[in-house]
Ligand binder design. Sequence first.
Ligand code: 6PG
Length: 246
Amino acid sequence: MTERARVLDGPGELAEAAARSAIADLEAAVEAHGSATWVLAGGGTPAAAYRRLAAHDLRAGVEWDRVRVAMGDERCVPVDHPDSNWGLAAAALLDHVPVPDHHLLRPPGELGPEAAADAYQATLAALPAADGGRPGQVRLELVWLGLGEDGHCLSLFPGRPEVEVADRLVVAVHDAPKPPPERVSLTLAALAGTERLVVLAAGEGKAAAVARARAGDDRLPLTRAVQTVRAAGGEVTWLLDRAAAG
Ligand code: 6PG
């Protein structure tokens, strides 16, 4: 298990480094397994990296027909709604790269939390099993996470019961403290099959949560996510801009 942090000057450099890290991580995963599942991060922070990776000079660096794309969490809105994480990722990246349709593992947020969670649980449960994992554990070759100023990641918020769900890969979320309130999210248990975790953070507002998570404050779901990947032998990389690195 390795853990490292890279501090980039600003959001532009962060996006560049993140896009290039995705190419290297996906290449290594495809080399190792013949294919790879990339769990994208929601929120706004990864958008610039998605756009950078979609650019002509970079996108050929990935064997997209060997990549399955999933989303760590989704808001329960139609995919063409401005709040849709998948909608954002599609506009920034997925509409511009040749991932086969059957490899686009979109969480059906429009179904509402419960139905979307059940549908997405079935989708992810069909992924290849994690090496040496417990029954039902699937392998996630690359997972990107953003974080909130309160230390939430995915749609797992501090002090909420969803953080403790251990018998599912996907959970329904109601009344989330960050709008919109209805969401579907991967669980911490799902992250136990992660081979490479990349945490992306930009801006001063994230500095306190980054510092607390790196110091091991396990009241933060982000800390628990990192601890889960570490415990499973996965690699952890923090990609931070100077402001988020404090
Ligand atoms: C979501 C996200 C969430 C996000 C953080 C950071 O759907 O809201 O998945 O976990 O990563 O809230 O969001 P920003 O990158 O927009 O600051």
